[in-house]
Design a protein around this ligand. Sequence first.
Ligand code: NDP
Length: 301
Amino acid sequence: MSQILDGIAVRNEILARLRPRIAKLKHQPGLAVVLVGHNPASEVYVRSKIKTCGEVGIFSDKLTPPETCSTEELLAVIADLNRRPDIDGILVQMPLPKQVDTRRVLEAVAPDKDADGFHPVNVGHLVAGRPAPRACTPAGIMELLKHYEIPIDGRRAVVLGRSDIVGKPMALMLLHENATVTICHSRTAELADECRRADILVAAIGRPAMVTAEFLAPGATVIDVGMNRVTDRAEAVRLGKADEFERKGSILVGDVHPLDVARVASAYTPVPGGVGPLTIAMLMANTVALAEQHQAAAASH
Ligand code: NDP
């Protein structure tokens, strides 16, 4: 019987640990969320980030530049947020409209207000193993592994996916905890064989249920980052989610086959209720850590 790794429970624990830290601060921590245009998925994510701020006691300010805004206009918004003393963390919701130079915008966020951990300075700190805001999804996964006391030191970890926001920082965080890490991607040869060597497999590819039993070593721990919506009924039935499909007209599925993982892995994250809740919790954790730094620096002046 494999163990389900409950992301909601770990999220609640992370948020509970933040509340006394927030209570100790002289000023309420502040998070600015920049949402450009009207991407429906982004609107859902932003709503849930702002709601969580309210739950833990972080002040949030939502800025909504229009879909048509230029890079220069967005840079001016960021420059203003960088100057504001009530703002400790800045999050620019991705994706940005096509006409905007995403890299310039992300690099304009002051590294000490980079709530998402995407600024190259903070990525450099991660590479070097120095404290800094960390990319939220992989940082949340590390919290989950620690919570469930999954051994990492000396184990083989395979990270499937090499994006800047999940795969690469995930690999580095596992490496810093002394895992032997392999990173796989769309050009990896013998992909299933590579994945089957993993004691810990993290799948972050955005391909519904692509990771099937042949990718999984019996007894592995499997972390499924994928969030894919499937609207094909036959596919939903094949994945054992016919009931959910009948109720909702579509299903949410990860990158890992839900029936195979439950049969083969020793522990795994479900979708939904696994990795998803952890990402927002770590955004809150990054914001609180930045507020603590800002207030400690102000006190020492
Ligand atoms: P990206 O699209 O940026 O990266 C996908 C990665 O997967 C790439 O490195 C790509 O390889 C690799 N890949 C794609 N197809 C294959 C394949 N057939 N075989 C092997 N490798 C493949 O995605 P993200 O990292 O942003 O996100 C991945 C998934 O995680 C998505 O489903 C996303 O929705 C979800 N997600 C969930 C979050 C959460 O909070 N739960 C947060 C962030 C993401 P290559 O580099 O060679 O192209």
